[in-house]
Design a protein. Structure first.
Length: 190
C-alpha cells in the first residue's frame, strides 16, 4: 500500500489510520479551515495531524503519556500550533463544547458516543473507526440511541495497479481490511 511522503515522515507507535481511510474522513466530513474537532485516541497522531493540517483547531486525547509523546513529536515536526494534546479518557469527559467533529478510534468507542454527543454542536458530526463488525453494531446502536442521523457505514478497499510492459492488472498483494468507517450527524434538537 502506497504511503505518501507526508505520512512516511511521521513517527509511528500504536496502529495508525492509513491515508486511504483518512482521505475519506476528510472528504465525508467536509471539515475545513473554520472547523474545530476533537479526536481520540491520539495514538500516533496520524488522524489528528491530518485534521490539524486542514482545520482551525484539533484537540486530541489519549490516556497514555507515552503515546502523547509520539504525537507531540509529530505535532512539532509538522509545525501544527492548532493541534492541542490532552491526557484524558474520553469515555469519562470531553471538555470542548460546540465542536464540528468528534473522531473516535478506541477499542471501546461506543462508550464515548454520549460524551461525543454532548461536545458536538447541532449539525456536528461523529466518526468512528472500528476494525470489527461487532463493534460497528454496538457503535451504530449507541448512535441511534442518541438520535444521530445520516448514518453511513463503509469500508475503503483500494487496489494498487501493476502497470508493466507484459500487461497491467491489480496487484495480488496489498492491504485489504483495515477498519470500518462510521459517520453520523447530530440532529438539531426538537
Ligand atoms: C489505534 S490507536 C489510535 C490511532 C490514531 N487514530 C492514529 O491515526 O494514529 C488507539 C489509541 O486510543 C487510546 N485510548 C484507548 N482508550 C482511550 C480512552 N478511553 N480515551 C482516550 N484514549 C484512549 C490508546 O491509548 C491508543 O493510543
Amino acid at each position: 500500500m502506497f504511503i505518501p511522503g507526508a505520512y512516511r515522515r511521521l513517527k509511528r507507535g500504536p496502529q495508525v489510520i492509513l491515508p486511504k481511510d483518512i482521505g475519506i474522513v476528510l472528504a465525508y466530513t467536509g471539515v475545513g479551515r473554520e472547523s474545530r474537532c476533537v479526536d481520540a485516541g491520539a495514538g500516533s497522531g496520524w488522524l489528528a495531524v491530518s485534521l490539524a493540517r486542514v482545520c482551525k483547531e484539533v484537540t486530541t486525547y489519549d490516556t497514555r503519556e507515552d503515546f502523547l509523546k509520539i504525537v507531540e513529536k509529530n505535532r512539532k515536526a509538522e509545525g501544527l500550533e492548532n493541534l492541542i494534546l490532552r491526557k484524558g479518557d474520553v469515555t469519562k469527559k470531553i471538555y470542548e463544547k460546540d465542536v464540528d467533529l468528534v473522531t473516535l478510534d478506541l477499542p471501546n468507542s461506543d462508550r464515548a458516543v454520549g460524551k461525543a454527543y454532548r461536545a458536538l454542536r447541532e449539525g456536528g458530526q461523529i466518526f468512528g473507526y472500528l476494525p470489527h463488525v461487532e463493534q460497528v453494531k454496538k457503535f451504530v446502536a449507541k448512535m441511534e440511541r442518541y438520535g444521530f442521523s445520516d448514518i453511513v457505514v463503509l469500508e475503503a478497499i483500494v487496489r494498487d495497479m501493476l502497470v508493466r510492459k507484459e500487461g497491467s492488472r491489480p496487484s495480488t498483494k496489498g492491504v485489504w481490511h483495515t477498519g470500518y468507517l462510521v459517520f453520523g450527524c447530530k440532529k438539531a434538537a426538537g
